[in-house]
Design a protein around this ligand. Structure first.
Ligand SMILES: [Zn+2]
Length: 111
């Protein structure tokens, strides 16, 4: 089971967690009061309005690059502005969809 991070719980609250991690979180929540406390804590933080740029972008799921564009990012090929945007999208926004997509692409490339 992957370690449950606060970020995962946050994504869980926003319904933006990949399915595999979603299952892990739900399992953890079933098995442990500790996680319920942590989840409540994360929820409070969110309610207090910690609206970081990343959090907002994640919530809105705006402008995910295409798989082709992610492939270009892996190769460092393509429009520099686009590459910069993809980096921002992956690192600052921490988009779980694109991270999963990227992992997948890396595997396909045999990396
Ligand atoms: Zn994305």
């Amino acid at each position: 089971m992957p370690a449950i991070t606060r970020q995962m719980l946050r994504d869980y609250l926003h319904d933006s967690l990949p399915e595999s991690e979603m299952a892990a979180v739900e399992k953890a929540l079933r098995g442990s009061k500790q996680f319920h406390a942590l989840l409540a804590e994360v929820r409070e933080e969110e309610d207090r309005g910690e609206h970081s740029v990343g959090a907002i972008w994640r919530r809105e799921r705006v402008s995910c690059p295409t798989r082709d564009q992610l492939g270009g990012h892996l190769l460092g090929a393509g429009d520099p502005d686009l590459l910069q945007y993809i980096e921002f999208h992956l690192e600052t926004i921490g988009c779980p969809y694109c991270a999963a997509n990227l992992d997948d692409l890396k595997k396909l490339q045999g990396g």
